[in-house]
Design a protein around this ligand. Sequence first.
Ligand SMILES: O=C(O)CCC(=O)C(=O)O
Ligand SMILES: [Fe+2]
Length: 341
Amino acid sequence: MSGSVTISMFSSAFCWGGIYPQHRSLAPRRPEDVQNVISEIGDACEKWGFFQVINHGVPCDTRNRVEKTARMFFNLPMEEKLKVKRDEVNQVGYHDGEHTINIKDWKEVFDINIKDPTVIHSSTDPGDEGLRLVYNKWPQYPSDFREACKEYARHVEKLAFKLIELISLSLGLRKERFHDYFKEQMSFLRINRYPPCPRPDLALGVGQHTDVVVLTVLAQDEVGGLQVSRRSDGVWFPVRPVPNALVINIGNCIEIWTNDKYWSAEHRVVVNTTRERYSIPFFLLPSHDVEVKPLEELVSPESPPRYKGYKWGKFYASRNRSNFQKLDIKTIQVDDLKVVT
Ligand SMILES: O=C(O)CCC(=O)C(=O)O
Ligand SMILES: [Fe+2]
């Protein structure tokens, strides 16, 4: 048993595919099977909150180019990497000290906003509604790093929106239900490098967490290390690398919008003594002014809202700031937003 199911989104004839056990070969599917894919995605979102897609339309050479140029960047001397270091407000660029719930992760990262510039909240002070623009930071070397990331991001963003439409349909909502939520999206692409670790028993690449975002589309290399906790019993399963597949992970926003129908799974990354690992998550984030609360269509007297609503931009800014300052408190978690009954 592996920690996710694999869904074939398109056959070579641009038809829809279906869920397959991890190692079965794929047969082309007919357009009538679209409905199956929608219900299979719905099923995967309920049971796991994680699945893998193949035949997804993101060309693998664009992904390989990002990985190749990223390796060149991370191999630069530290003083070069620090020239594009992230800071407290401009949270893009290089960072070697990501924290998960205040514990340092065994990795280094490079973050790139999809919209350049991106509109974010500048302050978490009560009453301050100030917005500001954040511009990406790019290293001088390698010179094609920027173009490689931008090209890959264009493809993966398209896939993320396709998935959002399929998820809307799987919930019985209009395909366009979420379109307005992304007018000023704050989505970003991250490149993670996990170096070999002399004591993997004492560290994690990324500690146990859920993604606060809408949806994550993750490319992982062949090394492995990502694990997901099963909704029904919390048992940990490896998310085995499937060549050219992308891992889809439901974030807290969808969990809250669907009033817990869909699951945002806890996951973590284990490291090893010999091999470095790369992963490239694309985090789909809504616009700063979007309200994250259970959708009216999905609540009823029998199924009342389980969450208090919050404004995305402000919530995200305060969470990032406490992470950056390594405050001696747990960063806000999805359970903190639950309505107490
Ligand atoms: O590297 C991975 O496989 C997962 C990384 C992750 O969970 C994250 O960056 O949120
Ligand atoms: Fe994650």
